[in-house]
Design a protein around this ligand. Sequence first.
Ligand code: ADP
Ligand code: MG
Length: 221
Amino acid sequence: MTGVTIALSKGRIFEETAPLLEAAGIVAADDPERSRKLILETNRPDVRLIIVRATDVPTYVEHGAADLGIAGKDVVDEHGGAGLYQPLDLNIARCRMMVAVREGYDYAQKVTQGARLRVATKYVRTAREHFAAKGVHVDLIKLYGSMELAPLVGLADAIVDLVSSGRTLAANQLVAVEEIASVSSRLIVNQAALKLKRARLQPILASFARAVAQSGGVSVA
Ligand code: ADP
Ligand code: MG
């Protein structure tokens, strides 16, 4: 494939990425929310989009099945950045990775006491690194969704999850007690593709950077 393949996920990421793609002169031929196609052609014969699960985006890019990808920092950190070049913070899908507990649960005191905490999360690696750095002993419980439920039914003392408005936490009588990281979507690039397809990729990267700068605040890593 001499053209460029861009991996992204449906929903929030696609919606917020579409204007950036458009600014780079790339418009999808189908709406991924309505089409069942997983490969979307674009107005540019040399660019196609592939629609994958958010957590799978770094895998496609790492293996070179996609040249570029758009994924949350949460997903990129959990995957690990090996083989991935991360040139640009797209400043979209902003939220925070937080530790949350049930209202009334004295997290600070448990930590001070050196208690062993049961932590439920989709982000096992991120959670392990966070608590190890704090010197807190944890038993990690891997979940695939609805983390908010875990403390309510006694599966865990705490969760590690993404929070934006905090409404889901509040609706489940949970409170955020610690911020682990600030999250936004990142452009990720296969390092080999960057060398081999530089002439094709560089203008796309540059348009993304311009579009992000125009939409307010660029941060080039
Ligand atoms: P999935 O259901 O497959 O996890 P989501 O659309 O919920 O997919 O999440 C995709 C990405 O969007 C996440 O990896 C994260 O970077 C970002 N994201 C998730 N939740 C929020 C949120 N509440 N606000 C902003 N961005 C979010
Ligand atoms: Mg979700």
